[in-house]
Unconditional design. Structure first.
Lengths: 377, 198
């Protein structure tokens, strides 16, 4: 977790009614931009991040000093080409990278809001980020794009604002969080709550940190982002810097060591309470329920053209769930393309170097940007 | 472009809604998009081909006609095209009925198993026919349900499907095709093109 930097942000002054009934106002949304907004302001793309992502989609992340989470896809000459497009990426509310969240300092008490932060939804996240369009005086985005929870935000965005994006690209996501999805999130939350250092969410005040719990949450989640085949090929039963089993509970296997490492680096950059709130928001996501069980109705006024992408080895948000979105769109004649990309890299495929995915995404954006511009002239 | 595609596009009305089932690399779709209508969609089973189509700006979904046509509502297209793939389905009868449910009209093209070279192959050599149009051996052909132009005529009359227009291709030469000249056309042509409606 970090209190180090002042992130680039806007303060949303006008009140926003949340799904839980509470109202928030004067709250920060931190964001980053990549590339330049052209004069006509028609080359803007809003990218939504996933559960543990942030606004640093590309370039160096100042907290981790590592490449941004979507460096493979986003940048100069990449699929989302910053020579051509102006890309905005904001930290979701509930997050811990400068946007309004449980680690935000409550001005009245001088302490983090913690579990007094309201339970938020994907809908709340999207409505908060919509303010960025007004901030940049963008009438219509060229595209909204996101994977995983970012894809859920894409779906919610086009449903809430049917004429605000030419193109919508939800990737490796679902329109409704499944029992299995909720179960894995609950496992992560329980790991955090079981850590005695969590202190009912008041760990800052108590000068503790539920690192163990958060690390276990991350380890469990990380397994769901990979495929069995990918894990087997990368790690198999290989031993970690030893010739034989040690008959102990040390990390004998490379996979154990790898997961422990993933857990340990995660706690340095992520807030445990944010993890609770954001996973809750994902669990509450059920777009068809918002429209009385009719997913098509969520898109009945849309003017966007859709491109749905899934991955063969993604068992967290499998192709069948992505296809449900396609079916709902086809049922009402919305322009929708769909492809399942072949990859062994599991749910994480959308973040990684998967050439078929990156090429298709890049070409799709390029061709459609040309078409949208021609239509306007 | 293939002569077959030219003939198909001539059957399609300007600005109509079109679905190309088994659109391949999108050659026909692209032509139709540039010349006839912007309201064109494709369905294709091969991932690589779908990726090519999407890269060209064509709206294509990955899927198989036997399972994935069901997501489209009744009469959601003016024309549904099925080019030379009917014989490759497990259940061609179901596919035809789905085409005619989803589309107001369907354009179906059929490689003719009644073509004289095919008949001669079997008659003289006594082996399953291998020709330019049907290049595979019996053990690796994707074609499960070959038929002749006459078979398709009979099928349509049995199922009460109206044939609006039918054409035959003989070495890239277009011939009119009707019940009257069927016996001869069924012998001399490699391909049949049918515009049908339920």
């Amino acid at each position: 977790m970090n209190k180090v930097k002042q992130f680039k942000n806007i303060i949303i002054t006008k009140p926003q009614k949340l799904d839980c009934g509470k109202e928030i106002s004067n709250f920060p949304i931190s964001y980053e931009t990549y590339g330049n907004l052209n004069e006509k302001k028609d080359n803007a793309i809003l990218v939504f991040h996933a559960l543990t992502g942030d606004q640093f989609a590309s370039g160096k992340n100042p907290i981790t000093n590592k490449d941004g989470w979507w460096s493979y896809a986003l940048g100069s000459g990449k699929a989302i080409d910053t020579e051509k497009f102006f890309v905005i990426c904001a930290n979701v509310i509930g997050g811990c990278m400068g946007s309004y969240g449980p680690s935000t300092i409550d001005e009245k008490t001088g302490k983090p809001i913690g579990t007094n932060f309201p339970v938020i939804t994907i809908n709340d996240m999207v409505n908060a980020q919509y303010n960025l369009l007004e901030h940049f005086k963008i009438d219509k985005l060229f595209a909204v794009i996101g994977g995983s929870m970012g894809g859920m935000q894409v779906l919610q965005f086009v449903s809430n604002f049917p004429d605000k994006a030419h193109i919508a690209i939800p990737i490796a996501c679902t329109s409704s969080h499944s029992a299995q999805n909720i179960a894995f999130n609950e496992l992560g939350r329980q790991a955090i709550l079981a850590d005695t250092n969590w202190k009912n969410g008041l760990y800052e005040q108590n000068k503790t940190s539920p690192d163990k719990g958060l690390a276990v949450a991350r380890m469990a989640a990380h397994i769901t982002y990979l495929s069995k085949k990918g894990l087997q090929e990368k790690f198999g039963r290989k031993l970690q810097e030893r010739d034989d089993l040690k008959f102990s509970f040390d990390a004998d296997f490379q996979i154990e060591s790898y997961l422990r490492y993933q857990g340990s680096v995660f706690v340095d950059r992520f807030d445990a309470n944010s993890y609770l709130y954001i996973t809750r928001a994902m669990d509450y996501f059920d777009l068809s329920k918002q429209f009385n069980g009719n997913l098509s109705a969520a898109f009945s006024n849309t003017t966007s053209k859709f491109f749905v992408i899934s991955f063969t080895s993604d068992w967290l948000y499998p192709t069948a769930e992505n296809r449900e979105i396609v079916i709902a769109l086809n049922a009402i004649g919305v322009d929708v393309g769909f492809v399942e990309i072949e990859s062994d890299k599991g749910h994480d495929s959308f973040l990684l170097d998967v050439p078929d995915f990156l090429d298709t995404l890049g070409n799709y954006l390029k061709t459609n940007f040309k078409t949208v511009n021609e239509k306007r002239i | 472009m293939k002569k077959e595609f030219k003939l198909i596009s001539e059957l399609i009305l300007q600005n109509s809604k079109v679905l190309d089932v088994g659109c391949g690399d999108g050659e026909l779709m692209k032509y139709l998009k540039d010349n006839k209508t912007s309201k064109i969609r494709g369905l294709e089973i091969s991932k690589n081909k779908v990726q090519n189509c999407l890269s060209k700006g064509l709206t294509v979904i990955e899927g198989n006609a036997e399972n994935d046509l069901q997501q489209f509502p009744n009469n959601s297209f003016d024309f549904v095209i099925l080019s030379q793939t009917l014989q490759a389905f497990l259940d061609p009868e179901k596919v035809i009925s789905e085409l005619l449910r989803v589309g107001k009209k369907a354009i179906v093209t059929i490689p003719n198993f009644g073509y004289w070279k095919v008949r001669l192959n079997l008659l003289i050599k006594g082996t399953m026919p291998v020709t330019e149009n049907l290049p595979n051996e019996w053990y690796n052909t994707p074609n499960l349900h070959m038929c002749t132009l006459r078979d398709f005529f009979n099928f349509c009359s049995k199922r009460e499907i109206k044939i609006f227009k039918s054409l035959a291709l003989k070495n890239d030469k277009t011939l009119n095709l009707s019940a009257k000249n069927l016996a001869w056309r069924n012998l001399e042509s490699q391909l049949g093109i049918f515009l049908i409606e339920k």
